[in-house]
Design a protein around this ligand. Structure first.
Ligand code: GDP
Ligand code: MG
Length: 370
C-alpha cells in the first residue's frame, strides 16, 4: 500500500499542511508534517475536503475471475440451454436421461459409441440442448459451493405413483436457491396408480403451480421408460430457454467449469469441461482450478475427437498436470508461460491453505487431548 506524508498530501491537494493537521486532530490523530498516513486516513481526509479518491484496486493475479472479460453486447449470440435433471431416488432420473439420449441421437451418430463425459448434447427440432448427467443434487451442491453455476434449467422428476418425497423438496430448494427455472416432469404415467393431479396438488405447497391453475410452472406428463412425452418435455425446455435469453460470446476467452475429472491409467488427468463462453481449442494453454497444462486432445460426448468447441458444449480434455475437481473454473490463456505461472501460483496457494488447515487441526487435537 502507498503512503504519503502529511506534507505530501497537502501538496497534492493544493492545501496547507496545517489544514490537514487540523482535520487529523478532528479525527483524534495528532500528526506532524512528516508523519506517514495510511490509505484509509488519506481517503478520510480527502472525503472531508469533498474529494473522492479512486483506490487502486489490488489485483489478485491468481484469481481466475480476474481473466473473465465483460462481453460486448453485440458479440453475444444465442447459446444452448444447460439442463440438470433432479428428483427423488427411483423417480426415473437415469431412465429419463437415457431415454432422451437414445431417442435423440441421430441415425448417423447412432453408430458412435456414446461416451460418458458427465454431460451430453442432443438436438430437438434442430436446436441443441445440453444435459448434465451427473446426479443433479451433487452437481448443484458441489458446484455451487465453489461458486460455479452451470445449470440454466432444472427438470424436476416426480413419479406420478409416488408424489413429492424428501429429495423432491431438496431439489426444489437447490433450484430455487440457484434461481433456476424449474420444469416438472411427472413421470411413470404408464403405471397403474399414476396420479398426476396429486403431484400437482402437492407441489402447490412449494409455489409450483400449473398454468391451468393460475400459476406459471410448466408440467409435462411422461413415461421415461416408454419414451412417451419426451418430445413435449424437450419443446418446453426450448421454450423456457428462449424466455431466458441465454447468450454467450464464441469469440471471447474460453472459460467454463469442470463437470467431473479423474486419473486415467493410460491418459493421465482427464477432465470433462463445460465450455460456458468462448471457444476451446486443442493446443490452448489452460488453467483449471489449481491445475494447468495445454489441451492435448478433446473428445466429445459421442466419443469423437474434436478440435474446437463453443459455448454450452461439454468436452473431455487431456493434458493437465493434475486432476482438478468438479466445480472448478477453467480459463484459457494465450500464452503458455502465463498459464503455467498462474497455475503454479494457484497450486502454491492451495498448498499453503492446506498447511494452514493442518496446523489448525493439530492445535485442536492438542486441546482435545488435554
Ligand atoms: P433414479 O433413481 O431417479 O435415477 O431412477 P431410475 O431411472 O433408476 O428408475 C428407477 C426405477 O423406475 C427403474 O426400475 C426404472 O425402470 C423405473 N422407471 C423409470 N421411469 C419409469 C417410467 O416412466 N415408467 C415405469 N413404469 N417405470 C419407470
Ligand atoms: Mg439414477
Amino acid at each position: 500500500a502507498n503512503t504519503l506524508t502529511v506534507g505530501e498530501l497537502a501538496e497534492k491537494l493544493g492545501k496547507d499542511a496545517s489544514e490537514i493537521i487540523k482535520k487529523l486532530m478532528a479525527l483524534g490523530v495528532m500528526a506532524t508534517k512528516n508523519q506517514d498516513l495510511d490509505d484509509d486516513t488519506i481517503e478520510l481526509i480527502c472525503s472531508d475536503f469533498g474529494i473522492e479518491v479512486e483506490k487502486e484496486e489490488e489485483v489478485d493475479e491468481t484469481d481466475l475471475n480476474h481473466y473473465i472479460e465483460a462481453d460486448l453486447e453485440e458479440q453475444l449470440i444465442e447459446r444452448p440451454p444447460v439442463v440438470t435433471i433432479m428428483g427423488h431416488v427411483d423417480h426415473g432420473k437415469t431412465t429419463l436421461l437415457d431415454s432422451i439420449r437414445h431417442t435423440k441421437v441421430t441415425a448417423g451418430e447412432a453408430g458412435g459409441i456414446t461416451q460418458h463425459i458427465g454431460a451430453y448434447q442432443i438436438k430437438s427440432n434442430g436446436k441443441p440442448i445440453t444435459f448434465l448427467d451427473t446426479p443433479g443434487h451433487a452437481a448443484f451442491t458441489s458446484m455451487r459451493s465453489r461458486g460455479a453455476q452451470v445449470t440454466d434449467i432444472a427438470i424436476l422428476v416426480v413419479a406420478a405413483d409416488d408424489g413429492v418425497m424428501p429429495q423432491t423438496v431438496e431439489a426444489i430448494n437447490h433450484a430455487k436457491a440457484a434461481d433456476v427455472p424449474i420444469i416438472i416432469a411427472v413421470n411413470k404415467m404408464d403405471k397403474e396408480g399414476a396420479n398426476p393431479d396429486r403431484v400437482m396438488q402437492e407441489l402447490t405447497e412449494y409455489e409450483l403451480i400449473p398454468e391451468d391453475w393460475g400459476g406459471n410452472t410448466i408440467f409435462v406428463q411422461l413415461s421415461a421408460l416408454q419414451g412417451e412425452g419426451i418430445d413435449d418435455l424437450l419443446e418446453m425446455i426450448l421454450l423456457v430457454a428462449e424466455v431466458e435469453e441465454l447468450k454467450a460470446n464464441p469469440e471471447g476467452r474460453a472459460v467454463g467449469t469442470v463437470i467431473e475429472a479423474e486419473l486415467d491409467k493410460g491418459r493421465g488427468s482427464v477432465a470433462s469441461l463445460l465450455v460456458q463462453n468462448g471457444t476451446l481449442r486443442v493446443g490452448d494453454p489452460i488453467v483449471v482450478g489449481n491445475t494447468f497444462g495445454r489441451v492435448r486432445a478433446m473428445v466429445n460426448d459421442l466419443g469423437r475427437r474434436v478440435k474446437k468447441v463453443g459455448p454450452s458444449t461439454p468436452v473431455e480434455i487431456t493434458g493437465l498436470n493434475e486432476v482438478p475437481q468438479a466445480g472448478d473454473r477453467f480459463v484459457v490463456f494465450e500464452d503458455e508461460k502465463k498459464a503455467r505461472q498462474i497455475g503454479e501460483a494457484r497450486q502454491q496457494k492451495q498448498i499453503e491453505v492446506r498447511r494452514g488447515d493442518q496446523s489448525k487441526v493439530s492445535l485442536e487435537d492438542l486441546f482435545e487431548q488435554i
